[in-house]
Design a protein around this ligand. Sequence first.
Ligand code: IMP
Ligand code: MG
Length: 182
Amino acid sequence: MDSISVKDRRFVPFISPEELDREVKRVAAEINRDYEGKEPLFLCVLNGSFIFAADLMREVNLPCELSFVKMTSYQGMGTTGNVRELIGLNVDITGRHVIIVEDIVDTGITMAHMLETLKGHNPASIDICTLLTKPDKLQVQLDIRYCCLSIPNGFIVGYGLDYDGYGRNLKGIYVVEDRMKK
Ligand code: IMP
Ligand code: MG
C-alpha cells in the first residue's frame, strides 16, 4: 500500500486488505458459533458499512436477512454530535435477533441513538458488530459484542469509510497523515 491523496489530504497506509479479510472472517466465525439455530437480521448502517456488511455476510453460514438504515453524524472530519436518520427502518424487527453492522464506533453517539430507536420495536435481541472502534473517543457506555479491530484516534478512510464522500472504494484503510496533531 502506498500513501494516497483524498481531496485535499494525504493519507498513509494503516490496515491492509489482508488484515481486514482475516478479521472479518474471525468475527463471522464468532457469529456463526453464537447464533447457531437462530436466523439473525443484519441491520447495516449506511453508508460506511456497506463493504464490511457485504464481506461479513458472505462468511456467515446461517439463514439470515439483511436490511439497511441510514444515519449521519459526520461532516468532513468531525462529528456533529447530532444524529440524523435519513432512511428509517423498513422491516419489522419485533421478535427478531438483530445484529447491527457498523463501520466504526467513534463517540458512540450514533450507536446509542440506534439502540434506543430499535429497542422501541421489541426485538428478541440486539448485538453490535463493528469493523472498528476508537476506544479513546467513546463518550457513552456501549456493549460491543463483535469488533474486528480497535484503533487509536486519527481520521481514517477506505473499505467503505469516507472523507467528505470520497475514498470509500479503497481496498485497505488509510489514516490521515497529520494524525499526531489530532
Ligand atoms: P459516532 O456517532 O461518533 O460514533 O460516529 C460514528 C460514525 O461516524 C461512523 O459510523 C462513521 O460513519 C463516522 N466516522 C467516525 N470516525 C470516522 C473516521 O475516522 N473516518 C470516517 N468516518 C468516521
Ligand atoms: Mg457509519
